[in-house]
Unconditional design. Structure first.
Length: 178
């Protein structure tokens, strides 16, 4: 009868290799949006004339795909729709670090603080992936109005400013190989 020792040794080696695979592969890919900052302002030069207005959204995206996206993507945009400045219909491109493969785009809708994020990346095996997902941030915002009680022509009449505390949201995207 042949010895089972070499076969058991091979089986033990194979089992160890299987167990040594990164556990992160079994976890869903997530896009962590952190350091979300939103602000907007509207300035009236007269009671009936909106002189200037606009809003900014800024945040960082971190993709937890194992060993595939070892950097933080910086996203920002300037919106110029009246009232809430962003309504989710414009796609903005984020700034990838120099030398980073892939791309990240997003939309933002201020009325419900919802984000839609698309990202492509290449993993350590050279395979390209596309992830797409959305989520809502719980932004704590405050608005302030200032009005010049003694307004005369040539002076500012009023300002309306909204600022939010820094927020975050984690999105679990649908991921497909490209």
């Amino acid at each position: 009868m042949p010895s089972l020792t070499p076969l058991l040794a091979l089986l033990a080696l194979t089992s160890t290799t299987t167990l040594a695979k990164p556990l992160a592969r079994d976890e869903p890919v997530t896009f962590a949006l952190t350091d979300i900052n939103y602000s907007s302002n509207m300035v009236y030069s007269t009671p009936a004339h909106l002189a200037t207005y606009g809003g900014t959204i800024q945040f960082n995206v971190t993709n937890n795909a194992p060993a595939a996206v070892p950097y933080v993507t910086k996203c920002s945009a300037y919106g110029r729709h009246l009232q809430d400045m962003f309504y989710g219909e414009i796609v903005y491109t984020c700034e990838q670090p120099v030398g980073a493969a892939g791309s990240t785009t997003f939309t933002f809708s201020r009325p419900d603080n919802s984000f839609a994020v698309n990202q492509t990346w290449t993993d350590y095996n050279g395979k390209t992936w596309f992830g797409q997902g959305s989520g809502k941030a719980d932004l704590k915002c405050k608005s302030e109005t200032w009005q010049n009680a003694n307004w005369t022509m040539g002076q500012l009449y009023s300002t309306y400013t909204t600022t939010c505390e820094t927020g975050s949201v984690t999105i679990v995207p649908t991921v497909v190989a490209v």
